[in-house]
Design a protein around this ligand. Structure first.
Ligand SMILES: [Zn+2]
Length: 466
């Protein structure tokens, strides 16, 4: 199982759980492309900001229009950032949302419960089967506005800071100028000038350092300094994640599901550990699972994913899978083996019929069957009157029938219910009737012992004509 190795591609949300894995159904390439393009563009912005700051610090021109121009340039860069995001972010949000709803959909329709009980009314009463993932323009719109709001706030902070730092720079440079003029006038001693200039320079450096400008941290949010490009990256990742989560949320809502599961990739993040791989109730109404207090991302750059979970036990009121899975598998395995052996056995007996009835020393002839032959209105005439057997001594008929087993099998008949071994032969009888009888023996299965089925006069055939 992976740890957070997918760092940098948080939308590739392959879903891992103990008994379940799902690869991102939407490879996300276009989303990734769009994200990468915007981030690369932001790196370019960061570079031009750095360049602008160098110009502000190093240029020899220090007049009022110069400072006005600096200020305007920064302003327009920030405006540019905003309008770029405004035009690109909607598509990214939409695709992210769709990924979330795809993930939920795939998890849903591919779950064993849905596959097994798709048409079960108990399930359909609780859940709505959706055809496909979907987008929700309202949600996407509000996510977009929310993100742009954050960005606006950050850019305002950047502008404010720019003004502040430009002012310090301008002041320092002007003061430097004044000092130069002073020295020209010879009003300040050389030592003093050097010291004054150094102090001024130190204060300036300190101000730049504190403002983060030296480290390229051009934006300030709540008193903290950030680089614009890395801030944008964090904002983007987090918001993509949120849009994905919104997709899952809306899917769960629409399909009537209250339970969700958090992905499990053996996180190293303490904050995520308590959620990982666990099942939660969105509403908090489940008696079995705790309320989901927080949706992903649990923190900036969090790679955890939440997706839907169907608890068939709470829907059915019992576990339809309890123990059954193993038993059914075991049984069907056994049954499959039996069937295969049966088919092979029949094939064998058909292709090369045995000379004698198999296990002929162990055949059974039931008393009711003998009685039937002796008493049935359709049979009794033959057995009692023509062949001379009697109800008073059925054992004689039984022995006579059994003696046919010493003869070779005439014909083997493979049927659905087993194999019939047919022996055409005269049987010993009190009246010494020599007619040929067809005696039928049957084995129900490969493992069962042969039993007597019936005996009747052989059809009029060549032997009788003889
Ligand atoms: Zn996480």
């Amino acid at each position: 199982m992976t740890t957070e190795v997918d760092e940098g591609q948080p939308w590739e949300f392959n879903f891992y759980s103990k008994d379940f894995q799902l690869k991102n159904p939407d490879r996300g390439t276009r989303l990734k492309e769009e994200y990468n393009l915007l981030m690369r563009w932001m790196k370019g912005i960061q570079k031009s900001l750095e360049k602008e700051w160098r110009i502000a610090f190093n240029s020899k021109k220090k007049d009022a229009p110069f400072w006005e121009e600096r200020s305007q340039t920064f302003k327009s860069i920030y405006e540019n950032v905003f309008s770029e995001w405004e035009s690109k972010w909607e598509s990214i949000t939409k695709k992210s949302f769709l990924q979330g709803s795809s993930l939920a959909h795939e998890t849903f329709v591919n779950s064993k419960v849905i596959r097994d009980f798709k048409n079960d009314s108990r399930l359909l009463n609780k859940l709505t089967l959706l055809d496909r993932p979907f987008t929700d323009p309202k949600v996407i719109d509000s996510l977009l506005l929310d993100t742009l709001g954050f960005l606006r706030y950050a850019l305002d902070g950047a502008e404010e800071k720019t003004t502040k730092v430009l002012k310090i720079t301008k002041q320092t440079l002007l003061d430097d100028e004044r000092l130069n003029q002073d020295i020209a006038k010879g009003l300040i001693e050389k030592n003093t000038w050097e010291a004054a200039k150094k102090n001024l320079q130190d204060d300036f450096e300190k101000a730049l350092k504190e403002s983060g400008i030296i480290d390229g941290k051009f934006i300030e949010i709540n008193g903290r300094n950030y680089r614009l490009d890395s801030y944008a990256e964090t904002l983007a990742r987090t918001r993509i994640r949120e849009a994905q989560t919104a997709g899952v949320q809306r899917y769960a809502e629409t399909s009537g599901q209250d339970l969700v599961r958090v992905s499990d990739h053996s996180t190293l993040t303490e904050k995520c550990e308590k959620f990982e791989g666990k099942i939660f109730s969105i509403s908090g109404k489940s008696t079995k699972y705790p309320k989901l207090e927080m949706w992903t991302p649990f923190h900036p750059n969090c790679l955890h994913v939440i997706t839907v979970y169907i608890d068939v036990v709470s829907i059915f009121g019992y576990d339809p899978y309890e123990g059954a899975r193993d038993k059914v598998n075991a049984l069907s395995d056994e049954r499959r083996k039996e069937l295969r052996e049966e088919v092979e056995w029949k094939e064998r007996e058909r292709k090369s019929p045995p000379k004698f009835v198999p296990d002929r020393s162990k055949v059974s002839i039931t008393q009711p069957k003998i009685n039937y032959l002796l008493t049935d209105p359709g049979k009794s005439r033959l057995y009692t009157q023509e062949l001379g057997f009697s109800t008073g001594n059925p054992g004689i008929l039984e022995d006579s029938i059994r003696s046919s087993l010493d003869k070779e099998v005439t014909k083997v008949l493979v049927t659905e219910n087993g194999i019939k071994y047919i022996i055409d032969t005269p049987i010993p009888n009190p009246n010494n009737d020599n007619r040929v009888m067809t005696v039928v023996w049957q084995k129900d299965s490969k493992s069962s012992l042969p039993k007597f089925v019936t005996a009747r006069p052989a059809k009029k055939n060549k032997e009788e004509k003889k």
